[in-house]
Design a protein around this ligand. Structure first.
Ligand code: NAD
Length: 469
């Protein structure tokens, strides 16, 4: 079977791409996938349409924009099975997880619709004669580049807010996961969006993505993906001083302070390092346990894995599987440093990966510093929390962190000055809410998505000073 994607979406309809180059791979369902690598001609056409779309959309009232965004939230809800099946084809994650994710997407659109409805100018009185009007304007045509791990969630954490700000958008999904976003665009015909507001271009990062971000009319790039590519995009955007919002990689710690409720802590740790087969930007990849409870923790973790001895996870694409496999081959450890590990095969049709947990590796080893994007953990002991905090803050990444403790007061102090954008106290990475901002410090990104920041991120602010004469 072949899945063949060779179209663009612009001016509210599908049109054939003028390119004859394709990105080809075989997906987890053994389907041969061919995704068109859109060319300069496609991009030039789409960016012109997006500019026209911006000029119409940005003038609509916040109320009108809010209503259309709400309508899209409803369309997502009523087409959840179609979208979930497509996401299952793209990523291999099971249908139940896909359906849960689509529900979350619908709630993100609903929240963005509420925030959009609240946009209005602020008047600031300076003195008897002078007042100032502070207004929010759309940044302009925005390119939205999406990764393959959570295509529809990443899209929905950004797109409704970008629209709410009054921008038009050109979306480029990952070459590995285009189907669910194509199905989402199929729904838009019923949304009453003006022509040119929402556009879709397919292709890879190397050619289509890097050409798209340089396109005329584009004022902002919203990129979610690896830190390595984020840096390249920021460099390219700087030539024109295009705005960027970057949501990048993470190397996220789980810190265990106390022994009370250890079972629950371990359950939440396992969920946070294995959810989506470890392919989550906020996924946990290293653990710090207070020295005096280390043995209890280790026993609890071993019990958990022995009880669920058939643990295995499916990596979404072979390219990613191979990346993890090659990384593991290079790490040096001995058998006393293994808490849990099974043998892996290089050739592996279903990309089956067994979780791997190592302990007490030397400080500054690659496992602590590189984002691997698979269910792998490195466990350390710690004595002093101030020393630990210093160490955590020296990390290049700063996306998320989980702290488990009985003492909430203590956790509040620990979080002060901690250089991570999202912190969960006694929680796990599945705990997400549309009204809360998300984003990273340092190499984990620039800007905050969702919450109130979702719209601010894609806005310019103008201040007009009025003087009565
Ligand atoms: P990736 O960087 O390889 O690709 C992401 C997207 O960018 C794809 O659509 C790709 O085609 C495109 N792209 C690649 N190079 C480009 C270039 N030079 N110019 C323009 N576009 C380009 O990332 P991936 O492997 O798809 O996704 C995994 C990464 O995404 C991980 O690092 C993960 O942490 C990160 N991620 C971050 C968040 C977050 O919110 N911080 C969320 C999800 C994923």
């Amino acid at each position: 079977m072949i899945s063949y994607f060779n179209k663009l979406y612009t001016n509210n309809k599908w049109v054939k791409s003028s390119s004859s180059n394709y990105y080809k791979f075989t997906n987890l369902k053994n389907v041969k996938v061919k995704v068109v690598i859109s060319n300069k001609k496609d991009i030039s056409k789409i960016s012109k349409n997006a500019y026209n779309g911006y000029n119409i959309w940005t003038k609509k009232t916040s109320k009108k924009k809010s209503l259309i965004i709400k309508k899209i939230s409803d369309l997502i809800k009523s087409n959840r099975l179609t979208l979930a099946k497509a996401e299952n084809n793209d990523t291999g994650k099971n249908l139940k997880q896909c359906l849960e994710e689509i529900n979350y997407c619908s709630s993100l659109w609903k929240h963005a619709s509420l925030e959009t409805g609240k946009i209005k100018d602020k008047i600031l009185k300076i003195n008897k004669k002078t007042y100032c009007k502070i207004s929010q304007e759309a940044v302009g045509v925005t390119v939205l580049i999406v990764p393959w791990n959570f295509p529809l969630i990443v899209l929905s954490e950004r797109l409704p807010y970008i629209l709410g700000a009054g921008c038009s958008v050109i979306v480029k999904p990952s070459e590995f996961a285009s189907e669910s976003i194509i199905k989402f665009f199929d729904l838009l015909k019923k949304s009453n969006l003006p022509k040119g507001v929402l556009n879709l271009v397919l292709g890879d990062g190397k050619y289509t993505g890097s050409t798209l971000i340089k396109a005329k009319n584009v004022k902002m790039i919203s990129f979610t993906g690896s830190t390595e590519n984020g840096k390249k995009i920021m460099k390219s955007a700087s030539e024109d001083l295009k705005r960027v919002s970057l949501e990048l990689g993470g190397k996220n710690p789980f810190i265990l302070f106390d022994k009370k409720n250890l079972k629950k802590a371990v359950e939440n740790l396992v969920l946070s390092f294995t959810h989506n087969a470890g392919q989550a930007c906020v996924g946990v990849s290293k653990v710090y346990v207070k020295e005096e409870i280390f043995l209890d923790f280790q026993n609890e973790l071993k019990n958990y894995f022995n009880y669920f001895s058939n643990f295995n996870y499916q990596i979404s694409n072979y390219q990613q599987y191979l990346k993890i496999y090659n990384f593991i081959k290079k790490i040096k450890f001995n058998k006393n440093q293994i808490i849990f590990k099974k043998k892996l095969k290089k050739m592996n049709k279903k990309n089956i990966f067994y979780p791997m947990i190592l302990k007490n590796l030397k400080k500054k080893n690659p496992l602590d510093e590189t984002e691997i994007f698979g269910p792998i953990l490195n466990v350390h002991k710690f004595k002093n929390e101030n020393v630990l905090k210093k160490e955590l803050n020296l990390n290049n990444y700063g996306l998320s962190c989980i702290i488990w403790t009985n003492n909430i007061k203590k956790s509040e102090n620990f979080v002060k000055n901690l250089r991570y954008g999202r912190v969960w106290i006694n929680g796990n990475i599945k705990q997400n809410y549309p009204q809360i901002p998300i984003g990273g410090f340092n190499w984990s990104g620039i800007g905050r998505e969702t919450g109130k920041s979702g719209i601010v991120n894609y806005s310019e602010i103008r201040s007009t000073i009025f003087n009565k004469i």
